[in-house]
Design a protein around this ligand. Sequence first.
Ligand code: FAD
Ligand code: SIN
Length: 527
Amino acid sequence: MRYEVDFLVIGSGIAGLSYALKVAPYGKVCVLCKGEAAEGSTRYAQGGIAAVMYDSDSFDKHIQDTLVAGDGICDREVVEMTIREAPDRIKELVQYGVNFDMSGAGDRFDLHREGGHSEFRILHHKDNTGAEIERGLLEAVHRHPNIELKEHQFAIDIITQHHLGQRVTKHTPDIECYGVYALDCRTNQIDTYLAKVTLLATGGMGNVYTTTTTPIVSTGDGVAMVHRARGVLSDLEFMQFHPTSLYNPAEKPAFLITEAMRGAGAILKDFNGNEFMQKYDSRLSLAPRDIVARAIDNEMKIAGVDHLYLDARGIGRDGLINGFPTIYAKCLELGINITKDMIPIRPAAHYQCGGIKVDKNGESSIHHLYAAGECSCTGLHGGNRLASNSLLEAVVYAHNAAMSAIERVKTREICHAVPDWNAEGMVLNEEMVLITQTKRELQELMWNYVGIVRSDLRLQRAFDRLNLIFRETEDLYNRSVLTEELSELRNLIACAYLIIKMARARRENVGLHYSIDLVRNGDSRRR
Ligand code: FAD
Ligand code: SIN
């Protein structure tokens, strides 16, 4: 099938939906998502969204906290713009129907605090903020007559001049995006979506690693598509590991224990129940995430254990049951009463700070292709994202991208010369094990060699093993009918390759990139 729209959106999380709502008055919008509409990191977000809403806080403080967490390599102009725009974007979310918890007489937002924040500035909805945002936005999208939302449509590749038979390299100056090819997971047909402008809002790539808090749809598809289309990517060495995912090895994705719990007074403890953060940072359990995750990793390695503890008992029974009902219920299901027991935790891959390089309008290096949300790299996070700044970045850049796309669409025509997908000569791959086992190998090698702490040797080993996995999988791809599983595997391999390549190129320990060789050689800027 061939479809034509003004605005094509890939992804139905906070970035894709808020962009769709903004452009909808100006043309026909189609939103594709590869699973159910609500499935994405957005709905799992617990802590909330950071914004300066009252005079007790200031833009300058939020800017400073973001720059410090980013370890000196954030784009300052982007930081300032994002943080100053935050209150307007929050007001819009409320207008779309999103509820945040209120305090006092119900006329002020109830604000939480998280690691790296010098003030209480996290707007939240209990401990399930993302689910509330996703609900509010999805309802608003369903109400809009110009937006068509299509589930189980897997975008495979961005269409560029390459598909018109022209040679495209990373040096080609004016790469154009004409839309995407997408696999209809219900009919197994590959459809052609032609659009005047396209937005990638495909979320993160946590599934490159064995243990991740991100849902199964987070396989870096947008980043991999832009890589294949020869677009510019940046900062992928900065994978953020959340310090506290619930230790429950069989569970995928790993359940998150929000940092807001530490903001409310919960304390990290070692396997024997002793505090240890004083050895690592004066901000103790509320130090920025990179520092806390490394400290936990180190304590686990020294003690030879596979989890530590978060002691939330000091928050009190009422505070825990009313303030963190989702976590309370989840732990109770597993026999852990958090009002009496410590919570077993370990770090998990959580957020990709890097991604598709975009300018302040969310425009990528490929013309008429925008990116917003976790798949993009705006410069806001630098070497390490400050907690609760990603939902904020997603709404700010969805807005900026929408304002720019509304202008671009006026002068752009659909490219009718694009051919349909050619699957001639392909055969069905009947051995799923070729895909499942390769995926496991990939995740394990990334976890063990390209995780929280890296070294030159580990990166080299990961690269060599990935090379073999890449060749085997490309061979499979070249002779098989394309499926969602095969496409995801190729995308995970591309993302792993990019993470390793950028990690090897980064010759200083900064933010989330930490190599023992750089410490040994005295190249570390700090620590
Ligand atoms: P997502 O919400 O991940 O949505 C991605 C969309 O893209 C999905 O609809 C998916 O189907 C679609 N998609 C992907 N690939 C394809 C494809 N090939 N074809 C078609 N569709 C595709 N951040 C905060 O600021 N505050 C928090 O409190 C917070 N808590 C978090 C808790 C957890 C457990 C996790 C995992 C993350 C948390 N984050 C938090 C990070 C934040 O939730 C995400 O960065 C953000 O929600 C990403 O939004 P998004 O719109 O970019 O992508
Ligand atoms: C959390 O609630 O700890 C996650 C917040 C975030 O990832 O920004």
